[in-house]
Design a protein around this ligand. Structure first.
Ligand SMILES: NC(=O)c1ccc[n+]([C@@H]2O[C@H](COP(=O)([O-])OP(=O)(O)OC[C@H]3O[C@@H](n4cnc5c(N)ncnc54)[C@H](OP(=O)(O)O)[C@@H]3O)[C@@H](O)[C@H]2O)c1
Length: 320
């Protein structure tokens, strides 16, 4: 019987973050006993949505740009997990607008727990030294808005995905083959990066947040498995036979590499400043990730395990 279960509406359920959250809430026995998942998508006919329905989620069609659809999606909901996808719109203002839309409806419908997936406010943390990391700041403005509304919230600042490691590699013309990993200076082998496999681990954190509102409401957590130095990342890849050659380059060279992949100029600058920020201030502006781990009841996925579990990383090895 699902009648007494609290409805948790999961945005992004067809993707990595929301998909990870939905999977945990649908399959973890403790979560399953308490929560019913309503999985949001703009297209309920897509395979990822149908797979969620097969696993017991109720599909809900809604769009973060459409407040009426959000009203319907959040009707009778106890809680909601939400993210915005910069990589679809490449528009930070759209992310801010969409995040504010959901916060408004949470307030209007008196939803009891909003879990908002966000990123650090780089401009603020760097005292305006790095003001172009718009895919962070656009989300962080929503953090401020949520706080201003006095609604029940938990904000998670999600670490860099383990998949970014292999997505960032550039094949080098060497025999045997190897891959280049380039950071703009002052990035170095000693730069530390918090990592998370969102599909496997974000749900564990969100489960802990939803099951422990007395601890998590009104809090912002930095969420990740652990900080790795670039040197450690290179070392873990090497264990799998994937040779990575790291090089710190000047910013223009770094941006030219991104331009060759077709990235727009403003996003080249965004990514360059993001790495410069994390090298100089730390991804969380000096903050750590231990607080959120107190909410966990499940072990997290190490970088080694994440590499092992991922076909795209395994393909790098085959390509050599
Ligand atoms: N890469 C990293 O290391 C990293 C780290 C931290 C945070 N992030 C952030 O994570 C975000 C991307 O999340 P992801 O990796 O989970 O993306 P993803 O796997 O590409 O999935 C995006 C999800 O967002 C949903 N969505 C997009 N626009 C929507 C809208 N207007 N209304 C309702 N749902 C919408 C999509 O649903 P449908 O298409 O089914 O409607 C889809 O489920 C980005 O903003 C990025 O900045 C990335």
């Amino acid at each position: 019987m699902t009648i007494d279960k609290k409805i948790i509406v999961v945005f992004g359920a067809t993707g990595k973050q929301g998909g990870g959250v939905a999977q945990t809430l649908l399959h973890d026995p403790v979560a399953l006993a308490k929560f019913q998942v309503h999985a949001v998508t703009r297209d309920p006919s897509k395979p990822a949505a149908l797979a969620l329905a097969e696993q017991g989620a109720e599909l809900v069609k809604a769009d973060l740009e459409d407040k009426d659809s959000l009203r319907l999606a959040l009707k009778n909901a106890y809680g909601v997990f939400v993210l915005t996808n910069f990589m679809e719109s490449f528009d930070a203002a759209a992310e801010t607008r969409q995040g504010k839309n959901i916060a408004d409806i949470v307030k209007e419908l008196d939803v009891k727990h909003l879990v908002w997936s966000s990123l650090p406010h780089v401009s603020k943390l760097s005292n305006n030294k790095f003001t172009n990391v718009v895919h962070f700041d656009g989300k962080a403005y929503v953090d401020e808005y949520i706080r201003s509304l006095s609604i029940p919230y938990t904000i998670v600042h999600v670490a860099i995905y383990t998949s970014v490691v292999w997505e960032s590699l550039a094949p080098l013309p060497t025999t045997p083959p190897s891959y280049g990993l380039f950071f703009p200076q002052p990035g170095s082998l000693q730069t530390t990066i918090p990592l998370i496999d969102p599909s496997l681990d974000l749900g564990k954190f969100v489960k802990g947040i939803l099951l422990n509102p007395e601890a998590s409401l009104g809090k912002q957590y930095n969420v990740g498995e652990r900080f790795y130095t670039v040197e450690e990342i290179v070392g873990v890849a090497k264990k799998f036979g994937v040779e990575i050659v790291f090089q710190a380059v000047d910013k223009d060279t770094y941006k030219a590499g991104l331009a060759s992949k077709g990235m727009p100029d403003f996003f080249q600058e965004d990514l360059a400043q993001m790495i410069q920020f994390l090298a100089e201030y730390g991804f969380y502006g000096g903050g750590g990730i231990d607080d959120a781990k107190k909410l966990l009841t499940d072990p997290l996925t190490t970088l080694e395990e994440s590499f092992k579990a991922n076909a795209d990383f395994a393909a790098l090895k085959k390509a050599q």
